[in-house]
Design a protein around this ligand. Structure first.
Ligand SMILES: [Zn+2]
Length: 90
């Protein structure tokens, strides 16, 4: 892909899913380990084609429920039961 001599916009990089270099457009990119602070997860990425380095930044945008919680009374009852024998008997 032809080099445009400018960083791609954040919107364009997002639309691309961060799958290509925001400088040259190459898909020859690698990411360092993921790091985070109090409100952002980020990952330093590098392009194997043009050597550009940038940080992809992630914020929570949704969640998917997986397992419901138990109400407090049920939870405490199961703890009492689990203090019994190995099979949970008191
Ligand atoms: Zn590049």
């Amino acid at each position: 892909m032809a080099r445009k001599n400018a960083w791609r916009t954040v919107e364009a990089h997002r639309d691309d899913g961060g799958a290509t270099c925001p400088w040259c457009g190459s898909s020859d990119i690698t990411g360092d380990s993921v790091d985070y602070d109090s409100d952002c997860i980020f990952q330093t990425c590098r392009c194997g084609n043009c050597q550009a380095v940038w940080s992809d930044q992630y914020k929570l945008y949704s969640y998917q429920p997986i397992t419901k919680g138990v109400d407090k009374g049920t939870f405490e009852l199961s703890r009492i039961r689990n203090k019994g024998g190995p099979n949970g008997q008191i």
